[in-house]
Write a protein that binds this ligand. Structure first.
Ligand code: ZN
Length: 319
């Protein structure tokens, strides 16, 4: 079959996080064959981080005898909203100095291969849909409760980006009018109430896992903070389930691991806030994929791009 790529097409998936930068090289079967990672040089700004991506991608490509930069598709997940049509990162709260950065053009210039950029919550949803909790579903929601709170939507089997590409800002639903100030400038957003950052702040300690330890040791104040945070997550999720009638919802992120009771409280709160006939048909589970979730989502995005590019060539070649 004729192909528009030097056969076989390889995909370099990049998961750019505030702390870690992970790169993986996958073959046409989607299996990650080579990996590299580094601590994100966030203090060096966009130029420093893009130079790191350039170096790590070259490293994994050179480890694979069949792979060439010229036949590569690069897909990058970033921790913030993306104008995916323009390939521009609008901003990233955990990456200082990132405002309207044209990541796609800069990486294409550095590496000479086509490059795709996507919000990491969308890629996490894509990965869970193809390889994890959402496998086999058509309508699936992935929600992460971590340093921040975000969601990725798969509707009708496709990643749903919304009108401008900013869909999934689940963390900025206002749950408590005039509540605590949020990073976005508004008050009472879910993220300002239930993220790891918000939980730690409400309990007056340094991290959500510390709050979890205190709660497990019988600290009533810590238990209340976690109980409230879980309740708000469940209320918001109940609303989302009512709105979308998804087949499955997966929850991920470090806050879930901070306390076993958090998960149970979220489930109770979802039941309280969702329409019974919609709730009973919706599977709510923990995300199945671990720390490579973002990387695998990037690989899936890159493979989709490579497959789409194959189709017109194949049509011409067939009788
Ligand atoms: Zn907000």
């Amino acid at each position: 079959m004729a192909r528009s790529f030097n056969s076989p097409a390889f995909v370099a998936g990049v998961d750019l996080g505030g702390t870690w930068l992970r790169v993986g090289l996958a073959g046409p079967d989607g299996e990650v064959r080579h990996r590299a990672r580094a601590r994100t040089a966030a203090t060096e700004g966009p130029a420093g981080v893009l130079a790191q991506i350039d170096a790590l991608v070259r490293e994994v490509v050179s480890a694979e005898p069949q792979a060439r930069l010229s036949g590569l598709v690069l897909a990058v997940g970033v921790p913030g909203p993306v104008d995916s049509g323009a390939g521009v990162v609008e901003g990233a709260p955990n990456l200082p100095g990132w405002r309207r950065v044209p990541v796609r053009d800069r990486l294409e210039k550095l590496l000479g291969c086509p490059c795709l950029i996507e919000h990491d919550a969308n890629l996490a949803a894509l990965a869970e849909h193809r390889r994890g909790t959402g496998r086999g579903t058509q309508d699936f929601v992935y929600v992460t409760v971590s340093t921040g709170i975000g969601a990725g939507l798969i509707l009708g089997g496709q990643l749903y980006r919304g009108h401008q590409g900013y869909a999934g800002e689940f963390g900025h639903m206002v749950i408590v009018p005039d509540g605590p100030l949020c990073n976005c400038g508004n008050r009472g957003c879910l993220e300002a109430l239930s993220s790891g950052t918000a939980i730690a702040r409400a309990a007056g300690v340094s991290s959500a896992s510390e709050v979890g330890r205190l709660a497990a040791a019988g600290d009533v104040g810590a238990q209340e903070v976690l109980g409230k945070a879980a309740r708000y997550v469940g209320l918001a999720l109940g609303g989302l389930i009512n709105l979308l009638n998804p087949e499955a919802v997966a929850l991920g992120g470090g806050v879930l691991a901070s306390s076993p009771k958090f998960w149970a409280d979220v489930l109770t709160s979802i039941s309280d806030a969702s329409f019974p006939s919609v709730r009973v048909t919706c599977r709510v589970e923990r995300a199945a994929l671990g720390e490579e979730q973002g990387l695998l989502g990037a690989v899936e995005l890159g493979l989709d791009y490579a497959r789409e590019r194959e189709v017109p060539v194949a049509k011409v070649a067939l009788p």
